[in-house]
Design a protein around this ligand. Sequence first.
Ligand SMILES: Cc1cc2nc3c(=O)[nH]c(=O)nc-3n(C[C@H](O)[C@H](O)[C@H](O)COP(=O)(O)OP(=O)(O)OC[C@H]3O[C@@H](n4cnc5c(N)ncnc54)[C@H](O)[C@@H]3O)c2cc1C
Length: 350
Amino acid sequence: MLVGKGYDDVTLIEASAELGGSCRTQWYGNHPYTVGPRHFLTRREDVWNFLNSSCPMHRYDAGHEFLTYVERDSAFYHFPIHRDEVAEMPDSSQILEELRTVPGPEGAANLEEYWLFSVGQTLYDKFVNGYSKKMWGIDSNVELTDFGFTPKGVALKSGSKAAWDDAISGFPLAPNGYDDYFSLATKDVKVLLNTLITDFDITNYRVKVDNEWHQYDLIINTISPEVLLKNAYGPLRWMGRDFLKIVLPVEKVFPDDVYFLYYANTEPFTRIVEYKKFYRYKSPHTLIGIEVPSFNNKLYPFPCKKDQAIHRQYIEALPSNVHSIGRNGSYRYLDVGLIIEQCLDLFKNL
Ligand SMILES: Cc1cc2nc3c(=O)[nH]c(=O)nc-3n(C[C@H](O)[C@H](O)[C@H](O)COP(=O)(O)OP(=O)(O)OC[C@H]3O[C@@H](n4cnc5c(N)ncnc54)[C@H](O)[C@@H]3O)c2cc1C
């Protein structure tokens, strides 16, 4: 796309041996998986068409459900929390009373208030309180002051039990997921793999590789801008993940329409996925991925207005031809669909 915009000498610098970052398909015991995106989601038809035209996808909008395990009820419930399932909960009368008296989320100042004001204490404790503290490594959800993304658009759902029935969701048809797209998207570009940028002189549009400075007219950055500006405005908080992989001697373990299992209790992990559901991989065995929150990597920007204000300082300090995009570059909890959206919008304005 950059080449089409008149930038005919484009270099992509990538530290690892392969393109694709978290979207790259990895293999374990002959099973495909990714550390990042499982489902592709978008509310924009043009974004879906853009990806689908170069990376053919299958869609599964309708049967696309998430379950949360609530240990105190010994039950799995849909997430977002579903109104019909409240009636089946052992403490439904207490919950219904709380739902009758909640003020509504307007005026909530943090994630805890958002949920308490939306669904009351009991549902908050079952689904969100422990989960969110575990997810972000914090003692109180009051710390989370940017919470618009959290409830997947809705705190208590009615109607279909699909998690995202207002979005298109899907996954690449190819057995290696998004990988072929990375080669296609970079066919007119000089790709430097195994190439770590070790220093930045961003005001002069320079980056250092192998002890040599390289200067560019335009820089598109996908790593955290505090690295680019050498922590000039202080650190940003991040959360990471350790990933555990287990092959099981059965063909499948998840119910048919379920794509994610969330765990909202004292177990150390937050989520389990069964990768073959996305890849439609055929095997008499199945690969399960378990996500354990950790501080070992930077995968989730901390949803707090204080950190976002620091991030804004970094962005404002970047010269006009440096664009910082992607989940880390924007310091926003973006999925692949939103990142493609961001790229399409950026290229329109270049
Ligand atoms: C657990 C988890 C689950 C997710 N699930 C989904 C999902 O279901 N659906 C979805 O759409 N999205 C999902 N995502 C989000 C998705 O993975 C990210 O949005 C996406 O990978 C971000 O792409 P990116 O290009 O911005 O960054 P990345 O994929 O992180 O790529 C950044 C690249 O920069 C390279 N790099 C870093 N530093 C340097 C350096 N100094 N020099 C050179 N290269 C460098 C890295 O090697 C990497 O390849 C998930 C993320 C996580 C963590």
